[in-house]
Design a protein around this ligand. Structure first.
Ligand code: ZN
Length: 91
């Protein structure tokens, strides 16, 4: 199926979560200013160089101007439900 973006965004979030875990364990050893490579969580998977504190502050890793794609926790005002089927007028 051709749904690369949501899947890629999910992959990016999971990979970034792993990187953050590693970075946090290293930060505990006083390596807080080290820069890691994260992947843009909008789904484009652009590599981003961020420190742990930057990603923690922003809550996610996103390239400049890229929208966060969180289908479950975000109001998608552009997505509309299809209109209900109207019964055919009986003549
Ligand atoms: Zn992106």
């Amino acid at each position: 199926m051709q749904t690369p973006r949501p899947a890629a965004a999910e992959v990016a979030r999971q990979v970034n979560a792993q990187i953050r875990e590693i970075a946090e364990s290293l930060a505990a050893q006083g390596d807080e200013s080290h820069e890691y490579t994260f992947f843009c969580e909008c789904g484009c998977l652009q590599p981003l160089t961020r420190t742990l504190s930057e990603v923690t502050r922003e809550g996610s890793a996103l390239a400049q101007g890229h929208p966060a794609s969180r289908p479950s926790s975000r109001n998608e005002q552009q997505e509309k439900e299809p209109p209900p089927l109207e019964p055919l007028p009986s003549t």
